[in-house]
Design a protein around this ligand. Structure first.
Ligand code: ZN
Length: 374
């Protein structure tokens, strides 16, 4: 990640570049944002720029030994601390155990949320935190001699997830920093960070991205009409993550949307064989996902019902869902909307009560057959 990969944020880029050029580099810096504004890519680009031996006025060179190692996120003087889920059976208890996954995750992905990372880690329903065990790791790494860099960088993503013990250790380090060590923290909830860490760090507020910058980035990264790019950028509230989600669905929702389409198609054409087959597929995805799917179906029915009454830009649907709704919305009307919602909620309840999933989904298909023709 380079400064050029960061969307908009020209003022902050200038500020960070100036800091590197003048050598006034606070040893603890706290980047804060509401999510999706680019604080993480900015922090990495800054660390890279600080250590680049041939930097230009705008960015790092991309060819010096330091830049090459930063490209692979494998510089010996670049350390990451980030929330993880502990997997005792796989001996994954500190961040370094996740390094291969973490590097893989960051490759070509400057904008992300904790949910994306949880999914990448296969976290299941676990919460990710930075465990107390990590404090020994941090102390160990920072007590070593710096290998080769001008500035050793410790990048802490989401310090609000630090275990108390770890937060206290970090505070000690911030109070007595080892030479040439820069701690960059990227937070989405700075109020949850230890007050003493906050007060001893230089705060770098990252504002939501300007709408025009998002629009420009969308046009260069996706095949979009100018009008659609404007529309998406306008509704993204300054978050590039939100903008991307408005364009393409995540894997899970894309799967759910396909299943929903199949279910409606089967019911409309009275395809009993198809309903059975679908019951088999959905029976195999596990209770949690079955419930999520049924919640998603209720959301789609509700949105499709409202689709006709309101201007399309105030629905919450993303572009793929909307293009489906252009055809589907007329089938959801005053005569069936409440019964459809009831049936979906009932199926959700039955799944929660461990009723046989094949039966639940087959039965649901039959009931929708009756309702959808009203
Ligand atoms: Zn360089």
């Amino acid at each position: 990640m380079y400064f050029r990969d960061v969307i908009g944020q020209e003022e902050v880029k200038k500020r960070l570049i100036r800091s590197a050029q003048t050598g006034v580099v606070p040893h603890a810096q706290l980047f804060t944002e509401q999510g999706g504004a680019g604080a993480f890519p900015l922090a990495i680009a800054y660390g890279r720029y600080l250590n680049c031996s041939h930097r230009t006025e705008e960015d790092a060179c991309g060819v010096c030994p330091s830049c090459v190692k930063y490209d692979a996120l494998a510089h010996p003087d670049l350390h990451f601390v980030f929330p993880i889920v502990s997997k005792k059976e796989k001996k994954k208890e500190v961040c370094d155990d996740y390094l291969p996954e973490w590097r893989d995750f960051l490759k070509g992905r400057p904008y992300f949320t904790i949910d994306h990372w949880l999914e990448h880690m296969d976290a299941g329903n676990s919460q990710a935190i930075i465990y107390s065990k990590e404090s020994d790791e941090i102390i160990r790494k920072l007590s070593l001699k710096i290998y080769e860099a001008e500035y050793r960088i410790l990048l802490v993503w989401l310090p609000e997830k630090l275990h108390q013990t770890c937060a206290n250790k970090l505070l000690k380090i911030i109070e007595e920093p080892p030479a040439n060590t820069i701690i960059l923290m990227v937070s989405e909830a700075p109020d949850l960070i230890l007050g003493t860490i906050q007060s001893r760090s230089q705060r770098i507020p990252i504002r939501p991205i300007a709408t025009e910058s998002i629009e420009k980035a969308l046009l260069s990264q996706y095949k979009l009409e100018v009008k659609d790019a404007q529309d998406v950028a306008h509704r993204a509230s300054g978050s590039y993550v939100q903008a991307m989600e408005a364009i393409s669905l995540g894997d899970e929702n894309a799967f759910f949307l396909e299943q929903f389409k199949g279910m409606m198609r089967n019911s409309w054409t009275r395809n009993v064989k198809g309903m059975k087959a679908m019951g088999d597929v959905l029976a195999g995805i596990g209770r949690e996902r079955q419930k999520n799917f049924l919640v998603y179906c209720q959301y789609l029915i509700r949105e499709n019902f409202m689709y006709r009454f309101q201007s399309p830009d105030i629905t919450y649907m993303n572009m793929e869902e909307k293009s489906f709704s252009n055809n589907f919305a007329p089938y959801v009307n005053e005569r069936n909307v409440f019964d459809l919602m009831d049936e979906l909620a009932k199926a959700e309840r039955h799944i929660a009560q461990n009723v046989n999933a094949k039966m639940v989904f087959f039965d649901l298909g039959l009931r929708i057959t009756v309702l959808i023709k009203r």
